[in-house]
Design a binder for this molecule. Structure first.
Ligand code: AHG
Ligand code: MN
Ligand code: MN
Length: 347
């Protein structure tokens, strides 16, 4: 946080727009297209925020009656958030392809003659949507790639790039305040929406995640599904020791983006392993795991499938699922060691 920052002194804060433009001028060949893309995303985020803040007053709770491509019930807000992002990106013209959790196929954007967009945006328009009706934080997650050189016809293949090739990634949490956090590979910065002026203001410059933490996040209801290494790891975190901070605390919201945000700032480990119900893991590689993996690495943390760096996984499909262990560096390393069978409970 900026130390002397008081929200009344709005002028003391840099806006997201100013920040993006300043960064743009540090890249010599910049055309401004990427800056405009980020602006389009931030506009969509403000619109989703607006819907969210009125939820409960207007009738946007509940489900659309549709089952999405994931086989999950689509909430009205899922559909609304999807629509706002697609609309903002279409209007902006910098995006040539969208992949969304709420749409089975990739959505081509070069349908209008004037669209020369060269960025691919993959997104989870609303993460944690089962939490909306009960006023728990939800969010949006996005991942940005460049259209590979020489590609004329933009199809899904262009989007199936490993996370390491992302040129930008971010998320928005619609929580007790609304915050947008993003990286373009040059550190991680967070911007809080000031509703009185409708601007995102730089409140969390250069976020670094603690290298260790005392919170872990996992749906322990799936415990019976976990492999033996993970079961031991969880028991190890629960052991009482006077000298190293154990037992750790469990914190699990059930909105990946909100759990991730807390752990990023405070230090922690989020895990969604493969389970009997979701044998490949539950979270989606392209628009949940990869963007947050990019952010956590940029902040000094790690993201792993349990045995491999998430950012190096070669994707095969848009809605691919993957096991996720993400957060503070030491905690992810410990999880991997338990999964490899190299660690055991303390005597
Ligand atoms: P989404 O709402 O976009 O479908 O994502 C839900 C995800 C994620 O946000 C959360 O961490 C996880 O599902 C919770 O799953 P469980 O209820 O199985 O713990
Ligand atoms: Mn999600
Ligand atoms: Mn979602």
């Amino acid at each position: 946080m900026q130390p002397e920052g008081k929200l009344e002194e709005i002028g003391a804060f840099k806006t997201l727009e100013q920040f993006i433009i300043e960064r743009q001028f540090t890249v010599e060949s910049s055309t401004g297209a990427f800056s405009r893309l980020l602006r389009d995303i931030s506009v969509a985020a403000k619109l989703v925020n607006w819907h969210m803040r009125r939820a409960g007053i207007v009738d946007v709770f509940g489900s659309t009656g549709e089952i999405n491509v994931q086989g999950e019930v689509q909430a009205v807000m899922d559909a609304l958030a999807h629509k706002e992002f697609v609309r903002a990106l279409r209007r902006g013209g910098e995006c040539c392809l969208i992949g969304s959790e709420e749409h089975s196929e990739a959505i081509p954007m070069r349908t209008a003659d004037d669209n020369e967009g060269k960025y691919i945006v993959l997104l989870d328009p609303l993460d944690g949507s089962s939490n909306i009706e009960v006023n728990v934080s939800v969010g949006t997650i996005f991942s940005i790639y460049q259209l590979p050189e020489g590609v004329k016809e933009v199809t899904l293949d262009a989007a199936l790039q490993p996370g390491i090739l992302q040129v930008g990634a971010g998320y928005v949490v619609y929580g007790s305040s609304t915050i947008l956090v993003y990286t373009t590979g040059d550190g991680v910065n967070g911007f809080t929406l000031d509703p009185s002026i409708g601007e995102f203001l730089l409140t969390h410059p250069d976020i670094r995640t603690p290298e260790d933490g005392n919170m872990y996040s996992v749906n322990e209801g799936n415990y019976e599904s976990f492999d033996i290494g993970l079961k031991k790891h969880i028991k190890w975190m629960q052991q009482e020791r006077a000298d190293d901070g154990r037992p750790l605390s469990t914190r699990y919201i059930g909105s990946f983006v909100a759990d991730f945000h807390r752990n990023l700032l405070k230090g922690g480990l989020y895990m969604y392993p493969a389970t009997h119900k979701s044998p490949e893991g539950k979270l989606r590689l392209m628009y949940e795991a990869n963007p947050l993996a990019y952010i956590v690495e940029q902040a000094g943390g790690l993201a792993s499938t349990g045995s491999q760096r998430i950012l190096e996984v070669k994707p095969t499909k848009l809605h691919q699922r993957i096991a996720v262990y993400i957060g503070s560096r030491k905690m992810v390393e410990t999880a991997e060691a338990f999964l490899r069978g190299e660690r055991d409970l303390d005597p």
